[in-house]
Design a protein around this ligand. Structure first.
Ligand code: HEC
Ligand code: HEC
Ligand code: HEC
Ligand code: HEC
Ligand code: HEC
Ligand code: HEC
Length: 274
């Protein structure tokens, strides 16, 4: 068991090392100047969405940066997805300033009562701007349980320990339907294979509605998603819709691949050598 874990850990490390080397191979001139893809995202920018759909064309207007980490302690996901009409994909929502002024989207809360007012343009239109009034994640969330990845906050533990109590609607009256069933998803498409995946409904339904996932992302049936595999997940489908975007990233393999390995794996070819 332990040695298997170690094996996959080394696999991940070597993959990371290869990717790092790839960066050098592909580096030409100064194309990496704008974005250094080799850099690990900072806890501040993990899950922060650059919204530039309607600001891109205007040279005098900065694009908007939306930090999930600043909102997650206060609201569950469904408050915005879909209750306030935000799509769960960057750039998909068509947001006009006039909508905000009419109390829609960000303007539902950024009205000077629930949070800062729309007159503070730079706090939202902040791409490449260091806004003094905006908090830093390290100060704002320093009392929450730590994690190794993403925001470096263990959001699951923070919920379980009651350190954050996000509300499911703006008036705080809505209750989400929490479903406490675990589903084991076998990860056996290749051999040798990693431990099977345990999908916990509870951790998800504490923050999401059934309709966030069923039937758009997953058929509501055990083993009902035969096309799912790790490559599709990495490319942003299935679990990858949220993980590596806002929820803990896919690098954290064993958080999902958490089931014990079967006793006997396939026999080793070079067994005699040992
Ligand atoms: C609470 C956050 C927030 C604040 C504060 C804010 N905006 Fe925006 N604004 C947005 C978002 C989100 C968009 C959509 C961005 C996109 O799609 O590129 C947007 C888009 C815009 C657009 C382009 C779309 C359109 O309607 O033409 C303009 C212009 C604009 N904002 C001006 C302003 C000005 C001026 C202020 C200050 C008086 C301001 N905004 C304050 C969030 C904000
Ligand atoms: C206060 C509002 C708000 C809350 C709460 C919220 N989101 Fe979002 N989310 C947004 C906005 C705004 C966007 C950007 C939409 C766009 O660009 O069209 C977004 C985008 C996303 C995306 C797309 C990211 C990408 O890179 O394409 C995912 C995934 C997502 N949210 C998941 C979640 C999850 C999971 C939760 C709960 C843990 C959550 N959101 C809570 C407002 C919110
Ligand atoms: C459901 C209500 C709600 C919606 C919708 C919402 N916000 Fe907020 N936002 C808040 C609250 C409340 C805070 C203050 C959080 C705190 O201080 O702990 C906040 C804080 C922020 C901050 C400051 C974070 C910091 O570092 O201090 C920014 C920037 C921001 N929101 C941008 C946006 C943008 C852009 C949108 C729309 C795309 C948006 N918000 C939509 C409620 C909301
Ligand atoms: C984060 C996404 C997500 C959310 C939210 C979610 N589910 Fe699921 N659900 C899944 C996945 C993944 C499976 C397993 C599919 C598979 O095995 O292919 C599943 C399977 C199921 C199954 C089939 C289980 C079985 O034993 O046959 C039922 C029933 C179900 N979900 C009901 C619900 C209900 C009710 C809610 C809301 C209270 C909900 N789900 C919320 C992801 C989700
Ligand atoms: C719609 C968004 C969404 C999808 C899709 C999704 N998750 Fe999650 N998942 C979350 C959120 C939100 C959390 C809370 C922790 C966090 O954000 O890091 C979470 C937490 C978890 C946890 C940790 C629970 C804990 O107690 O710490 C596991 C394990 C997990 N997800 C596995 C999966 C697997 C496996 C899939 C695909 C079958 C999946 N998730 C699909 C949003 C999602
Ligand atoms: C958010 C949850 C999640 C995380 C994190 C995750 N996986 Fe997976 N993985 C899955 C699911 C679900 C499957 C099962 C897909 C299927 O076959 O139906 C899977 C399947 C696999 C498979 C079996 C082959 C295949 O494509 O189905 C391999 C190998 C794998 N994962 C490797 C990894 C590695 C290595 C990591 C860490 C870098 C990782 N996974 C992280 C959810 C996850």
């Amino acid at each position: 068991m332990l040695s298997n874990r170690l094996f996959y850990f080394l696999l991940v490390l070597s993959t990371a090392a290869t990717l790092g080397m790839g960066g050098d191979i592909f580096a030409q001139g100064d194309i990496t100047q704008e974005t250094d893809y080799r850099k690990v995202k900072s806890p501040d920018s993990y899950g922060s969405i650059l919204i530039e759909r309607n600001t891109r064309a205007d040279k005098n207007l900065r694009a908007v940066v939306f930090p999930h980490w600043a909102h997650r302690p206060k609201y569950t996901c469904n408050v915005c997805h879909p209750d306030l009409g935000f799509k769960m994909k960057a750039g998909e929502t068509d947001i006009k300033q006039a909508d905000l002024e009419a109390g829609k989207y960000c303007g539902k809360c950024h009205n000077g009562t629930e949070s800062f007012a729309l007159s503070e343009c730079n706090r939202c239109h902040s791409y490449k701007l260091d806004v003094k009034e905006n908090k830093k994640i390290g100060d704002a969330l320093k009392d929450l349980p730590r994690d190794f990845f993403g925001n470096k906050i263990d959001w699951g533990a923070a919920m379980k320990e009651g350190k954050v109590k996000p509300q499911a609607s703006l008036d705080g009256k809505k209750k989400l339907e929490v479903l406490d069933t675990d589903i084991v998803i076998p990860a056996v498409k290749y051999s040798p294979h990693p431990p099977d995946v345990l999908f916990p409904h509870k951790a998800h339904t504490m923050q999401l509605e059934c309709s966030n996932c069923h039937p758009t992302i997953f058929n509501q049936k055990k083993a009902g998603n035969p096309d799912m595999d790790m490559m599709k997940i990495i490319s942003g489908q299935y679990c990858g819709t949220c993980h590596s975007k806002v929820s803990f990233p896919l690098e954290d393999c064993f958080r999902c691949h958490s089931q014990p390995l079967p006793k006997k794996e396939e026999p080793k070819k070079d067994e005699k050598k040992n």
